[in-house]
Design a protein around this ligand. Structure first.
Ligand SMILES: [Zn+2]
Ligand SMILES: [Zn+2]
Ligand SMILES: [Zn+2]
Length: 368
């Protein structure tokens, strides 16, 4: 499979990653290596070079074409980055035990594995198994990025490309950074010396190209520096490109990212919910389950359901600053409605306003 899937021309069908039966070439490898006594007979090598080939393609599409990359280059960036991630994570997982790449390890059998004829687990599942079973110290942030990459790839295949060049470039750089470290720490140490040397050589060129991409991203952020400095109190990390460039200043066009140009036209509520979920990892459902406060509430200034109570602004980081994504108000003195309804009020200490939201106040008055 390596030769067909791995060195696949980018012009080939984009559905590549769906057909990544990780261990298809394993039998050959194993036959060749059968004479060598080994305590780890299940180690196989080809998927690593397969994943590396996808990375070569990703870096080529990101660095060798137009700036910013064309829609076609971005498409292959997303597709091949996802494929590389899947193949490389599973290569490491199979090294632990081949059954772990089956969707249900209890149903694993060696014959099916040798033939590559089985349903394998998803990319995130592979990530989780590497953490929980293989005990690799992988970061939750990287898990989130990989999950977004898979969603992104699926969306791309079904609905076409929706995100813009700057967002994809900036996010791809972070996943590439993860993969390069992953290969170095968790894959190379188990390779045969020859393959390890050749992979190490490729890695040097990967790092150089990744540096180039990161420099572009940095330069772009630098160009925005003075503009962003003026609005630091209402600027947060963008859920799309992960840069500190999403400005929620209450402007007519709604929250806007100066880096990737993502906008939520007339929909600050979605921007707030997106930000809370993707950047802060908070959503209503789990907040309520954990007995905590909802991450987004009605704004006491404008009434929109767009006040993120724990927003982290460029000016206020690392602390939390309540920021309304609709009117751009920043609050210092928020308190909860005394009736416990979950509404918040903007009442400074010493102010003798009644600590009740209008609804709760009305219903109390009605009782008298
Ligand atoms: Zn952005
Ligand atoms: Zn507001
Ligand atoms: Zn209330």
């Amino acid at each position: 499979m390596t030769e067909q899937t791995a060195s696949q021309d980018p012009d080939e069908p984009e559905g590549s990653s769906e057909e990544i039966p990780a261990p298809a070439t394993v039998p050959d490898q194993r036959v060749k290596k059968a004479k060598r006594p080994s305590s780890r007979p299940d180690v196989f090598f080809t998927p690593v070079s397969n994943g590396m080939d996808y990375l070569v393609s990703v870096l080529k599409h990101l660095t060798e074409g137009a700036t910013p990359p064309s829609a076609r280059d971005l498409k292959y960036t997303v597709l091949h980055l996802q494929a590389a991630t899947e193949v490389l994570l599973k290569a490491r997982l199979a090294r632990e035990h081949f059954s772990l790449i089956f969707v249900d390890p209890l149903q694993a059998n060696r014959d099916a594995w040798k033939k590559g004829d089985f349903k394998s687990c998803g990319t995130l599942e592979a990530f989780d198994r590497l953490v929980k079973i293989a005990g690799l110290p992988l970061e939750e942030d990287d898990r989130k990025r990989i999950g977004e990459l898979s969603d992104h790839r699926n969306a791309l295949q079904h609905y076409g490309l929706k995100y813009n060049a700057y967002a994809i470039e900036s996010r791809a750089a972070r996943v590439l950074d993860f993969l390069i470290t992953f290969i170095h720490r968790h894959l190379i140490p188990g390779l045969e010396p020859d393959e390890a040397t050749s992979v190490e050589r490729d890695m040097d060129s990967f790092r150089l190209k990744l540096k180039g991409i990161e420099t572009l991203v940095k330069q772009r952020m630098n160009d925005l520096k003075s503009e962003l400095a003026k609005v630091a109190d209402v600027t947060v990390k963008c859920p799309d490109c992960e840069q500190w460039a999403l400005v929620a200043d209450g402007g007519d066009e709604g929250p806007t990212c100066l880096f990737c140009h993502q906008v939520w036209p007339e929909d600050p509520e979605s921007a707030a919910a997106n930000y809370a979920w993707i950047v802060l990892g908070l959503d209503d459902h789990s907040a309520i389950q954990d007995g905590g406060d909802p991450p987004v509430v009605d704004c006491p200034a404008c009434g929109a359901y767009a006040l993120v109570t724990e927003a982290v602004t460029a000016a206020g980081q690392p602390g939390a600053t309540p920021l309304c994504f609709s009117c751009g108000s920043v609050f210092k003195d928020l308190i909860g409605c005394e009736a416990g309804c979950g509404a918040v009020l903007d009442i400074a200490p010493g102010d003798d306003a009644i600590p009740l939201c209008p609804d709760c106040l009305d219903s109390r008055i009605a009782r008298f």
